[in-house]
Design a protein around this ligand. Structure first.
Ligand SMILES: Nc1nc2c(c(=O)[nH]1)N[C@H]1C(S)=C(S)[C@@H](COP(=O)(O)OP(=O)(O)OC[C@H]3O[C@@H](n4cnc5c(=O)[nH]c(N)nc54)[C@H](O)[C@@H]3O)O[C@H]1N2
Ligand SMILES: Nc1nc2c(c(=O)[nH]1)N[C@H]1C(S)=C(S)[C@@H](COP(=O)(O)OP(=O)(O)OC[C@H]3O[C@@H](n4cnc5c(=O)[nH]c(N)nc54)[C@H](O)[C@@H]3O)O[C@H]1N2
Ligand code: SF4
Ligand SMILES: [Mo]
Length: 877
């Protein structure tokens, strides 16, 4: 069938919590064309680089297509029977708390609902937690303390209506790129709108900032306590609104005790920020992981909420605190009660009335009375043998949990581990006793809720490959095999959704916020057609904002301000571990890379893990550019490429969270992060570990490209997909005696045409293998980090490339350099020379000349940085 004649289907992006609408057109041959949905309220047609390149990630390479038991192919019946039997036996022998589910903010709401019902209602344990514990738990705790429920008061429009947008602990440009584009566009339309970025690093987000506050890591409570004092001192308190707020006096007293100098910020800069905030009525404070992932995460959240409550700047157009969610259904998971300390629909496990109502509704045989184990404690219990059967669904904890080596070992040592994933190539899947193949994004169907409470449909447009099945189906099947036939007798996600909407009406009856009972009678076809819908949805109300009316969900009906005190991050730097280790995300990879790394385009932006380190520290450690460094913490160690930059402060280093044993085994950064948590929320402190940094001296360094995947297995390696094959960085502490034999073993090549250039005196060796005149593989090794044109070489495998061993393009052809624009594949060198040669002075002009930045716009901050690097003509003249 001609692909272009297939109709487009509306769906929602697979990745972040912005929740952009997409239009999908399958090409009939397994491929998928993707564009932004002009009608979706979250993005109005925009997409970022990850959304734009979704089509490159739906291929079936590396997919898990059938169940696996102990490494051997199995059928679904056998696998499901085994899971049911092991869970039943474990509960019978060791009690319900000896089993656990660890799930994900990327599950669809319907999957999530089943996971929660199975665990809390039927297995009779609250031991279900989610990777949202690593992500949103501090916000959930902060919201509940201040509002009585976990409610996001505002909507995305507020970001455009505000006169001041504060982005704190959020690299919005890379992590919520479409919101960033919306803010940028609003500022372009109303240049008087101000943007403040609060982040220890100078990130791409600072591109649109009027003010950047590079605070000391972990000092947000002091910063916002200072703001609260300024609000008070400058008479900006909203007196009438305070009638609806408890705790004002205590909060002010604590704030005035607070010392803002612990932020390390210039007092004048602080004052400018305070004056701007206090003097601007319409202010939105956006916060994300720089706030949440902290041993004082919940306090940081409440410090922000305090300021909005004191000024009554909440729930009104252009005003409010705004937690942006990370995962596509982080919000849905919170609604459905995925956290160990919640019940469904924002009801509370420790509230006997809530418990009784849910139990009755589910007709549940058993119901836990106290919260279950939170993620860090859960894996500790796994390690100690207290949890004996564990089901991990849609998350990769052997990489993403703090103290990841210990977590990996705990999973490996657990009696019975089930992993549901779309691939078996993950650090966690490799440890499973039973692997269950899940249908992936594009093949499955259900709902997700984004950061502004908008529920959108994900729709299936591709057939389920092999024996892959939806996650809800696998869980419901296990439940039925455990004897709960009627309670889990669902024919499809729409049935689950109706049940869930009905249950939410009970929550509404308790006066809670999350009530979508208006959708409880939704027909199959209405569910099929469902448009993006902001909750609540009841007979009386749909969507809108919360709290401007002063009505909160606490027992007193009042909002709560909290007295807060600054606490240092739990791990302290000292002579042994002098650096503060910050971690986070890069623009074009998603978490543990199981999907984005399938895209050559997304992999070309930053093809290797790195450690950002300040030039002064690099000079002290005698690090040459592109040196490798050994990073050690009390928990573990790693090897990364040094990226010397003043974007980080002296004494602080930053590493991405994305690389795994599959892609760069020495760069699993969570192996270095301590399992310290916020006592209120249980969220780990992923942003403030401590470490030592030392040069890593290798006997040789190499760069390799090949048409087929290869696994270097050396002390250091990092691999990435290219358009027609793979590329890798390699380093080893021992040079091989026979280079050619080593290279052949690396690539698994026996015969073939071979070219060799070797320079034994300087430790240099280059080898290329050709077949039928086309390059199959090439290795460039040297005693120092190899200087070759990597992005050019990455394009050669599969091509006729007789001169590959020169390592550089011929004089007549330019080297594009590392990709900046992932949509049109425009490299840094191409951009720099166009700027210089054509005298380009703006990002738009670069777009006109090269198309870079004109599609998704995710690279615009980097284009601006490149412009700044080249002196303008006027300046030069
Ligand atoms: N490209 C991409 N986008 C993503 C994801 C992805 O994997 N890749 N993941 C999604 C998910 S699940 C999430 S949760 C979000 C996360 O989105 P973000 O929270 O924006 O991303 P991070 O890079 O984790 O951290 C944000 C910033 O917090 C800063 N920070 C560190 N410590 C502090 C501190 O003490 N105070 C303050 N104020 N800031 C600090 C860091 O320097 C970092 O720049 O991104 C979502 N979007
Ligand atoms: N150091 C450090 N650590 C961090 C963070 C940090 O900033 N710094 N951030 C934390 C945060 S905010 C988050 S959200 C976590 C994310 O960490 P994880 O959740 O562990 O990361 P993902 O790579 O998103 O894992 C998702 C898994 O689900 C699989 N999968 C994809 N689609 C499906 C499907 O449809 N069904 C099933 N069953 N499986 C599927 C993928 O292949 C992958 O293995 O990391 C946390 N860890
Ligand atoms: S901002 Fe990008 S990753 Fe996030 S939902 Fe939109 S297109 Fe997807
Ligand atoms: Mo997250």
């Amino acid at each position: 069938m001609d692909g272009s004649s297939l109709p487009e289907t509306r769906s929602t992006c697979a990745y972040c919590g912005v929740g952009c609408g997409v239009l999908l057109r399958p090409d009939g041959a397994g491929g998928l064309a993707v564009r932004g949905d002009p009608e979706h309220p979250a993005n109005r047609g925009r997409l970022c680089s990850k959304g734009t390149n979704l089509g490159e990630t739906v291929g079936l390479d590396d997919r898990l297509l059938h169940p696996v038991i102990k490494g051997a192919r199995a059928d679904w019946d056998t696998a499901l029977d085994l899971v049911a039997e092991k869970f039943r036996d474990t509960v019978a022998r060791h009690g319900p708390d000896s089993v656990a589910l660890y799930v994900s903010g990327q599950l669809l709401t319907e999957d999530y609902y089943i996971a929660n019902k199975l665990t809390k209602g039927y297995l009779g344990t609250a031991n279900i937690d989610t990777n949202s514990r690593l992500c949103m738990a501090s916000t959930v705790a902060g919201h509940r303390r201040a509002f009585g429920t976990d409610t996001v008061p505002g909507t995305y429009e507020d970001l455009e209506l505000a006169d001041l947008v504060v982005l704190t602990g959020s690299n919005t440009a890379w992590c919520h790129p479409v919101l960033f584009q919306r803010i940028r566009a609003a500022k372009e339309a109303r240049p008087e709108m101000k943007i403040v970025v609060i982040d220890p690093r100078r990130t791409a987000t600072c591109d649109i900032a009027d003010l950047h506050l590079p605070l000391r890591p972990g000092s947000d409570v002091a910063l916002f306590n200072g703001l609260l004092s300024a609000i008070y001192d400058m008479g900006a308190v909203d007196g009438p609104f305070l009638d609806h707020i408890d705790g004002f006096e205590e909060a002010i007293a604590a704030a005035s005790d607070s010392d803002p100098t612990v932020t390390g910020l210039d007092p004048l800069l602080l004052k400018r920020f305070y004056q701007l905030w206090v003097g601007t009525e319409k202010v939105v404070t956006v916060f994300s992981q720089g706030v949440n992932q902290s041993s004082s995460g919940a306090d940081k959240v409440n410090a922000i909420l305090n300021c909005h409550l004191a000024t009554g700047r909440i729930g009104k157009p252009g005003c409010g605190p705004f937690s942006v969610t990370g995962q596509p259904n982080a919000m849905g998971g919170r609604e459905v009660g995925g956290l160990a300390n919640m019940l469904a629909c924002h009801m509370e496990i420790e509230n006997p009335d809530h418990r009784q109502a849910v139990r009755q509704f589910w007709d549940a045989p058993a119901m836990p009375e106290k919260p279950g184990l939170k993620a860090v404690d859960m894996f500790r219990a796994v390690g100690e043998g207290r949890i004996k059967a564990l089901w991990i669904i849609h998350t990769n904890p052997a990489v993403s949990m703090p103290d990841a080596d210990r977590v990996r070992d705990a999973i490996a040592g657990c009696d019975f581990v089930v992993v549901s994933d779309v691939t078996d190539r993950t650090d966690t899947a490799r440890l499973a006793d039973v692997l269950l193949p899940a249908t992936a994004w594009g093949e499955k169907s259900g709902t997700v809720t984004n950061s502004d409470r908008t529920i959108s449909r994900q729709r299936a447009v591709l057939p389920a490959p092999g024996e892959a099945r939806p996650d809800w189906w696998a869980m419901a099947e296990v439940a039925r095999r455990m004897g709960w036939r009627d309670a889990f007798d669902y024919q499809g996600p729409e049935e689950i959704f109706r049940e869930y909407a009905t249950l939410s009406g009970i929550a509404g009856g308790f006066g809670l916020d999350f009530d979508i009972s208006g959708l409880k009678g939704i027909t199959d076809s209405a569910y099929d057609q469902m448009k993006p819908t902001r909750w609540p949805v009841t007979d009386g109300r749909q969507g809108g904002r919360f709290f401007a009316d002063g009505r909160f969900f606490t027992p007193s009906g009042k909002g709560r301000m909290l007295p807060l005190h600054h606490r240092e991050p739990a791990a302290q730097t000292g002579p042994r571990y002098p650096f503060r280790l910050n971690t986070g995300r890069i623009r074009d990879q998603w978490h543990t890379m199981t999907r984005t790394a399938k895209s050559a385009k997304l992999s070309s932006h930053l093809a290797e893990p790195f450690l950002e380190i300040h030039p002064e520290d690099a000079a002290r450690l005698k690090l040459a550019p592109a040196a490798l460094v050994q990073v050690a913490s009390p928990q573990g160690r790693g090897i990364l490429r040094a990226l010397i930059t003043d974007r980080v402060q002296p004494g602080e280093v930053f590493a991405p969270m994305h690389w795994t044993a599959e892609t760069a085994p020495s760069a699993r950064i969570d192996a270095l992060v301590a399992p310290v948590v916020d006592p209120v929320s249980g969220q780990p402190e992923s942003k403030a570990a401590v470490c030592d940094v030392q040069p890593f001296r290798a006997a040789f360094y190499a760069f390799a490209v090949a048409t087929e995947r290869f696994t270097p297995g050396t002390r250091y390696w990092a691999q990435a997909k290219t358009a027609q094959g793979w590329r890798a960085e390699i380093a080893c502490t021992e040079a091989p005696a026979d280079w050619e034999a080593w290279a052949r073993a690396l690539f698994g090549i026996e015969g073939g045409e071979v070219q060799v250039v070797s320079d034994p005196r300087r430790g240099g060796f280059r080898i290329a293998f050709h077949e039928g005149g086309r390059l199959k593989a090439a290795l460039f090794a040297a005693a120092e980090p190899v200087a070759v044109m990597r992005d050019y070489l990455a394009g050669l495998p599969g091509e006729e490339a007789p001169h590959a061993l020169s390592g550089r393009v011929g004089a007549d052809m330019p080297d594009p350099g590392p990709t900046v624009c992932a949509c049109f594949g425009v490299g840094v060198n191409t951009i720099l020379s166009a700027i210089a040669e054509q005298g380009l002075v703006s990002v738009d002009q670069i777009g006109q000349a090269l198309r870079a930045g004109t599609n998704c716009g995710s690279c615009r901050p980097e284009l601006a940085e490149l412009l700044a690097r080249i002196p303008r003509r006027e300046a030069a003249e």
